[in-house]
Ligand binder design. Sequence first.
Ligand SMILES: [Zn+2]
Ligand SMILES: [Zn+2]
Length: 175
Amino acid sequence: MGESELRIRGFMPRTDEHNRLSQWIIALREFLPTIKPRLRDRYIPLHETPTLAWHYPEIKYTTYLLAALVMIWLVRFAIVLIQPGPPESFKPQATTADFQVFCTNPQCPSHDQLFVIHREFGFHGFPVECPVCKKLTGLRALKCFSPTCNGKLIPARYENSHWVCTVCGQVFPRN
Ligand SMILES: [Zn+2]
Ligand SMILES: [Zn+2]
């Protein structure tokens, strides 16, 4: 239905600039009761022949839109399904740790200095190679709180599933 036709029927406001808002309200009030019969007229053929639905653009494009939304939802669902567990960056934090290491070789230039190695959690394959003297003299450094060691970092041995202070012989709780 063209604009001029609407205007003749009184559904559209005339373009008098005077008091436009009230004209719109009047036009709307006249227009509203006609919506239902118009819709009825429009969809009568559809009621008789449902296969005509595709000739109605509003039905067609609404269907396209819904199909697109369903596709997006399916793709998101598929991505969630194929994603492997927690992100890769999460795993090393949970299963590996930094270990402080003493070189116990008296001839080493970095004797009694600390270096750090990164191994899986619970690693106890000491001694490890010293990065300076390249000898297998790296022992794990732990703080020993015995009266003798008094909280100092000491080289520890791994014996019978426990760490043992090489200075005073104190056995550490399992760690
Ligand atoms: Zn060394
Ligand atoms: Zn000690």
